[in-house]
Design a protein around this ligand. Structure first.
Ligand code: HEC
Ligand code: HEC
Length: 330
């Protein structure tokens, strides 16, 4: 029997017993005499032992109150912290179940599974999504491609929790990433999206681990493309997916020429945005390190949308210098 049913039973029994007692209590009861006919204590008793008894009880209860208030005051913050931690863990656990592939959650889950893992990997390490590309030019055919889905075990190192929430709510139109939030036309209200972000928070790599992985990615690209600079390899590993059309499905067009998502960086664009005269290279470096913020200006005429990630925790300062050097030559 489940706990719920046991509680139902206990409540049922309590109601029956209560009714039975009430009915029995009514039977054979004589009407009480009117209150003005009942004799009460005389003055001697009322103002003597009786009064003292009540005053004594008052002192004891005041003392208990005086002692318990500080105790409450001392314990309350820890209690609140514990509840916060409990709610956060509970939320992350729901997010974990939503994220996972159906059939991989132990026990019974009442949570609708969204299977982010299908594209982003079971540990959020990244994966691929099959996607149908619509033709963009006359004569082109519909194409099915494999679109790389980015790792999410480091997504909060490059985006703030609010930015990740925005991405989940609105998705990435024109890519396999669907909109999940009601505002973006998806199925989820706020709470499940928050659960997903809390779950992602709980699986983040440390900056050191992320840097190590990114360095290895760039090294592999350098091995596969002998002769390219370290800056270019790092750009291919970290930036090209947004700043180069076709990069994510293995059909790259002009390197740095802009994708659906990130703007074109070729033809001296970054030199105009961060001109050398105004200490541009260091502002350029600062921008790549911190990323953009919604409605915050950057460079000469940039207005951030919050969609350009910050790489300060995912790459070393030297690596960012190398990328910026490469970008300023595009
Ligand atoms: C059908 C495959 C698919 C599913 C399912 C999916 N995603 Fe994505 N997601 C993608 C792809 C592909 C991208 C990258 C799009 C691009 O190239 O800009 C992405 C991007 C993201 C990003 C942005 C990461 C970054 O650094 O740019 C986040 C965050 C994200 N997804 C979270 C989720 C969550 C949470 C779920 C589950 C509710 C989910 N995704 C389900 C395919 C998917
Ligand atoms: C998730 C997609 C994404 C990734 C990955 C990304 N960017 Fe961006 N980037 C953007 C977007 C979007 C903008 C436009 C600014 C905005 O919307 O806030 C931008 C803007 C820029 C700009 C300013 C361009 C201008 O003229 O205004 C530079 C420079 C830049 N990115 C460099 C980089 C570098 C370097 C990397 C890799 C280390 C990188 N980006 C990775 C999305 C991305």
């Amino acid at each position: 029997m489940s706990l719920r049913n046991i509680l139902f039973l206990v409540n049922g029994i309590a109601v029956v017993v209560f009714l039975a007692l009430a009915i029995l209590g009514q039977r054979g009861r004589k009407p009480a005499p009117p209150p003005n006919e009942i004799e009460y204590y005389d003055d001697e008793t009322m103002e003597g032992p009786k009064l003292e008894k009540y005053l004594g009880a008052g002192v004891i209860f005041s003392a208990i109150l005086a002692a318990s208030l500080p105790a409450y005051w001392l314990l309350e913050p820890t209690r609140q912290e514990k509840m916060d931690k409990f709610f956060l863990e509970d939320s992350a656990e729901r997010g974990r179940q939503r994220f996972a592939l159906a059939g991989t959650i132990e026990g019974h889950s009442e949570i609708l599974q969204l299977e982010c893992a299908r594209c982003h990997g079971s540990k959020g390490e990244g994966g691929v999504a099959t996607y149908v590309l619509q033709p963009t030019e006359p004569g082109e055919l519909v194409r099915t491609v494999s679109w790389a889905a980015p790792s999410l075990d480091d997504v909060l190192l490059r985006f703030s929790p609010e930015e990740v929430t925005q991405i989940i709510v609105y998705g990435r139109p024109g890519t396999p990433m669907p909109a999940w939030g009601l505002e973006g036309g998806g199925p989820l209200p706020e709470q499940p999206v928050e659960d997903l972000v809390n779950y992602l928070q709980s699986i983040q790599l440390t900056p050191e681990e992320a840097r190590k992985r990114n360095t290895e990615r760039a090294q592999k690209i350098m091995q596969d493309n002998p002769g390219i600079s370290e800056g270019q390899a790092l750009f291919m590993a970290m930036c090209a997916r947004c700043h180069t059309k076709g990069w994510s499905y293995g059909d790259p067009e002009v390197m740095g020429g802009g994708g659906a998502f990130g703007p074109n960086l070729t033809g001296g664009v970054t030199l105009r945005q961060f001109p050398s005269l105004g200490g541009g290279a260091s502002k350029h470096i600062e921008f790549v390190t911190d990323g953009s913020e919604f409605q915050k200006t950057y460079g000469t005429q940039g207005i951030g949308s919050g969609r350009m990630p910050g790489f300060g925790e995912m790459l070393s300062a030297r690596q960012i210098d190398e990328i910026v050097l490469f970008e300023r030559g595009l």
